[in-house]
Design a protein around this ligand. Sequence first.
Ligand code: LLP
Length: 436
Amino acid sequence: MNIFDYYTHLSVNDEGHLTIGGMDTVELAKTYGTPAYIMDENYIRNTCRTYLAAARKYFGADALPLYASKAFSCVGIYKIAAEEGMGIDCVSGGELYTAKVAGFPADKIYFHGNNKTDRDIRDAMDMGVGTFVVDNTDELYALNAIAAEKNVTQRILLRISPGIDPHTHKAVVTGSVDSKFGSAIETGQAMEIVKLAISLDNVRLVGLHCHIGSQIFDIEPFSDAADIMIRFIADIKRECGYEIDELNLGGGLGVPYTKHDRTVNYAEAIRDIAAVVTGFCRDSGICMPRVILEPGRSLVAASGITLYTVGSVKEIPGFKNYISVDGGMPDNPRYALYQSQYTAMIANRASQPDDYRATVAGRCCESGDLIGENMEIQKAQRGDILAVLTTGAYNYSMASNYNRIPRPPVILVKDGEARVLIRRETYEDIIKNDVL
Ligand code: LLP
């Protein structure tokens, strides 16, 4: 795969500079400084539209994709998701608060998490969050009690673990029986929590949720999960006489990070998943539930790049070459955590051959602070702008202040215009909670 064929918002201009959303990245680096995350708004909006249109076309008019906002959360992205008609998945009080400040419609928020505190539950209810995705019985009792106190009946889904191995990195598998998430069908605990939910007065069980993992390229794990979930819905109907109206199939469709990766056509994937879901429902004798999808990475990852300035090029004869940049694991911990592969290029030499091999290192006091090892890249020198592609998901949202390094800004570009979505942190921000 040629990365520019797939990432049509990226290109190289006549000066040989990488562009994003029609803007020269070298100019963006000059204007906003480095490191900086740059995201293309049209890419995000178009991908939302693809998901919405395909979900409605293949699953029915009431289908709803939620943006799984752990991938990238800030006020601006919730505004975009709202404008596009998406729902959202929030997983913490902080994400809920951000969504609230953005004015996101609370009835389209699904509140996730395997350990919601009483405060989280109260805050979310006060906000009018539409649906809680309940992870376990302790949470269910707590939720029911708080709902009773507030004299409300809370709409809920139950998180179910279908016991699927989706062939992805073990840190991002979430649907297996021994997972910390949800209740497993295999152990009988899923049926127990369903019965408990039906028996409680202040929760209204409308559906089930499963999420099998992330960065998945095959349809098979999704159809296996759907098969298991639909059989379980049929079992609930048989055993409890209770109709499950909503099925949330989670997120997880993959994104190519390098030219060696596969690609996914999201509309076709939704079409294929819908075909099997419809078939399974027919075979199990249940009505087609309302289907919810929960993509995170695939909505934002490819929209984003990170720009750095090269500080040094070090060649260790007989060993390797290092290019050190002015960011690293604080703004992108994914190589350190998962050995995630990325595509990097020298943005001001983007038309030159990428026949140099270098390990791109950050500036933390730690050897594992790398963006990638032996990356194929153009020859570089101090002062060059180095771009890492596909950093729109799980980069800013996983960033830290390790070594007291301020987080970079997020700049949103659209049709040749740029605006700041998140300002660069300052040293004053870094010490703002320190007691002086
Ligand atoms: N729904 C639930 C309940 C989830 O736990 C997740 C992701 C999603 C939806 C969205 O999945 P996506 O479409 O983004 O694959 N930090 C890791 C990824 C962790 C994903 C956690 N859950 C990474 O950087 O690869």
